[in-house]
Write a protein that binds this ligand. Structure first.
Ligand code: ADP
Length: 481
């Protein structure tokens, strides 16, 4: 419907440290690769001009990219100007700008453990992305930055905006994918690029010159990656020391869940599976279960509930809670497959459970995309007892593949899984609480009509990016009208 307050056309500059398919390290890469395309898809005609900017990391493969040099300019840093080169490539109609320059080339990885070094890379990148709009003469209505790496763009824009005809009407969104990473250690870089601390007393002392905090201070809107995470970051438990400040900005905080790419995750056509299936042909699923049981050296038995985890082996993910909960269930029938890699002591704990219970536990310590798909398609229950989970994608993928999730009530897990409808949700964080939920799950598995209903309800959920993109579009519109 035409709304006379609605701006007719929006220019959106989307800035991120990584974007699939150019380069991906984690969930942010999924979001930055999918959301701009989905935004373009859901906006009608010329209503939205969204452009993506990422660093030209040296690990980005260029063989198949039709790159065009778009701009050359400099940005000021203490001691002199730093040259910037910008290349352009199109991604399904979305212009993508790759920013190159000495600070981006300084090391090949997207992120290093050294925030000081990352600070120079990303402050340069953020300021170059902002300056690019001016060089192109393309005035952004919205700057959508993500996490601490690109927060300096939001901060610099805010400092410039009032005295600057070009940016005067620009508004900003800062996406919060994981509040724990604040960019502490990057102050020298901020200083070198002329970005002063916030001195109005609103931020905690330690945060006055920390990139994420500056972005939280400067952004017109803060978008956490799920409604529950948007609430959780206001509490000391999840607030990373910034909760008191965030409580003062609560009116500008919103939560929008990420989507999954439904064409990439589709059991009807997934070539990794032993048998493809849909919600209508769920009987086929047992072929995948039996193949998975064989891969795990379990006795193939459709009647035994097959539990699964596919996860980074990180304390965040609660693998230890699963392992302890399983030890509490010797009396029940179950088999469990755990695929994951990461922190050594978590991997070792999984291996120990396999050694203790070889006939019912299979721990596979590696990253394996194909096997992950076979697990989603063959296991009955997907376990995700995360200690915190800003959004989480795996539980949505599991539901799409008819694998019923069993999750801890936190962040995006809470927002995407309905207890008793599409999965099992438990509170607390003890193995006992999880084992009680597992008892419920295993019991429900025995009731075939109920189980089938849960699988089908999960498979029918709309986890597409289109839904999330529409919410972002509404958010952008609310900022400019
Ligand atoms: P996070 O981004 O915190 O790791 P998400 O649930 O958002 O968690 O996304 C995890 C993604 O990584 C999912 O697509 C999951 O299938 C995949 N994944 C995690 N560990 C593995 C693994 N060992 N092998 C294959 N895929 C994995």
């Amino acid at each position: 419907m035409y709304n006379r307050f609605m701006k007719q056309k929006l220019n959106v500059l989307f800035i991120a440290a990584e974007a699939d398919p150019f380069i991906k390290v984690g969930g942010l890469g999924d979001v930055a690769g999918s959301l701009p395309r989905a935004l373009r898809h859901v906006s009608t005609g010329a209503a939205l001009d969204v452009r993506l900017v990422i660093p030209f990391h040296s690990a980005i493969r260029t063989e198949n990219l039709d790159l065009k040099r778009e701009a050359v300019f400099t940005i000021p840093r203490l001691g002199g100007e730093v040259p910037v080169q910008v290349f352009r490539v199109d991604m399904d109609g979305v212009p993508v700008y790759l920013i190159a320059g000495e600070p981006v080339n300084a090391y090949p990885e997207v992120y290093t453990p050294d925030t000081h070094a990352d600070g120079f890379k990303y402050t340069f990148f953020s300021l170059a992305a902002l300056e690019l709009t001016r060089v192109l003469g393309w005035r952004p209505d919205i700057i959508h930055a993500n996490d601490w790496h690109t927060a300096p763009a939001v901060y610099a824009m805010r400092l410039a905006r009032d005295g600057d005809d070009f940016l005067r009407h620009t508004r900003s969104v800062l996406g919060i994918h994981n509040l724990v990473y604040t960019g502490k250690g990057a102050s020298d870089a901020l200083h070198a690029y002329g970005l002063p601390p916030v001195m109005d007393g609103s931020l905690p002392d330690w945060a006055e010159h920390v990139p994420l905090a500056l972005g939280l201070w400067a952004a017109d809107s803060l978008a956490a990656v799920s409604p529950t995470y948007a609430q959780e970051i206001l509490t000391p438990e999840f607030g990373a020391g910034l909760d008191a400040y965030l409580r003062t900005r609560r009116e500008v905080i919103t939560g929008i869940v990420n989507g999954i790419d439904e064409s990439m995750w589709d059991p009807a056509v997934d070539s990794a599976l032993d048998a493809n299936f849909t919600a209508e042909t769920l009987d086929q699923r047992v072929v995948n279960k039996s193949a998975l049981q064989t891969r795990c050296n379990f006795t193939p038995d459709a009647g035994v509930p097959l539990l699964a985890m596919v996860t980074r082996m990180d304390p965040q993910k609660g693998v230890d809670i699963t392992l302890d909960a399983l030890r509490l269930l010797p009396d029940l029938p179950w088999q469990a497959v755990i695929l994951g890699a990461g922190v050594h002591f978590v991997e070792e704990a999984a291996r120990r459970l396999e050694a203790d219970l070889p006939e019912r536990v299979c721990a596979i310590i590696r990253y394996d995309g194909k096997l992950s798909r076979q697990i989603y398609a063959g296991a009955d229950v997907f376990l995700m007892p995360s200690r915190y989970e800003p959004c989480g994608l795996s539980q949505m993928i599991a539901m799409r593949y008819g694998c019923v999730p069993l999750v801890r009530a936190t962040g995006g897990l809470r927002d995407t899984v309905q207890d008793g409808q599409t999965g099992f949700v438990f509170g607390g964080r003890s193995p006992e609480a999880m084992s009680e939920a597992l008892r419920r799950g295993i019991q429900a598995f025995g009731d075939k009509p109920t189980w089938r209903q849960m699988q089908q309800t999960g498979m029918a959920q709309d986890f597409s990016w289109n839904k999330s993109a529409r919410e972002y579009l509404k958010l952008y519109q609310s900022l400019v009208t």
